[in-house]
Design a binder for this molecule. Structure first.
Ligand code: CA
Length: 229
């Protein structure tokens, strides 16, 4: 039984970037819908029901944040933001408006495909699987056990909660305040030092070189990401 390839809606006004994205995604066998402005893009969400949106933040008719806000009133379609380096603040606003992840230009096809796969995987998954594995890391989510290269690593309940949230969003960025809210409660959403301490502990337990982590990546000014193979 062959699966229908995912339909990706690409909202980007720069023809060169659009061409690059299109050829890269089509090469992968995915189907593409294109829009060079926000209004057309939103209309395509309604008419064609895509599986995922790639959204450039700088559009000619309306900015990406407004597109996000309008979209989230009607749809929970997964959205990957494309931002320029100069749009760091907008990137965070777009995430707050409901975007799921972002890529900063310029980016490579490998990175792009990994992010899209992670988004599609999360969208498809109705029941989370019981064992998560990437590289040497293995986490038994039912029995709450963590292994590196087959050896059990002892983690505290808080460390385990942090790790399991990152696993639920594997490959995708999770914002500081989401982690703080889920682990410590909404009264602690500004206590970023909690995260630094506990992520530091987790890295010491799980990473070969905690200063250059392979799994638990920092997204500066935004949050953390669990890297997947
Ligand atoms: Ca643009």
């Amino acid at each position: 039984m062959s699966e229908i390839p995912p339909l990706i809606l690409l909202i980007e006004d720069d023809p060169q970037t659009r061409r690059f994205l299109k050829s890269s995604l089509m090469h992968r066998g995915w189907r593409i819908l294109e829009a060079d402005n926000g209004k057309t893009g939103l209309a395509l969400v309604h008419s064609d029901n895509p599986d995922l949106m790639i959204l450039d933040l700088g559009l000619p008719d309306m900015d990406g944040i407004s597109v996000m806000k309008k979209l989230r009133q009607v749809s929970d379609l997964p959205v990957l933001i494309l931002s320029a380096r100069s749009q760091e603040q907008n990137k965070i606003l777009a995430l707050d408006a409901g975007a799921d992840d972002y890529l900063t230009k310029p980016f490579g096809t490998g990175e792009l495909h990994a992010r899209l796969q992670a988004l599609l995987r999360r969208a498809k998954r109705t029941v989370s699987s019981e064992v998560f594995e990437t590289g040497e890391l293995k986490v038994d989510l039912v029995n709450r056990k963590v292994f590196i290269s087959g050896n059990e690593v002892r983690v505290t309940p808080i460390e385990f909660r942090l790790l399991s949230i990152l696993i639920r969003h594997a490959g995708l960025v999770v914002k500081h305040h989401e982690l703080l809210k889920e682990v410590w409660g909404s009264e602690h959403i500004n206590d970023q030092h909690y995260l630094r301490i506990y992520m530091g502990q987790l890295r010491h337990k799980l990473e070969i070189n905690p200063a250059r982590p392979r799994y638990l990546l920092t997204e500066v000014g935004v949050g953390y990401r669990l890297a997947v193979d």
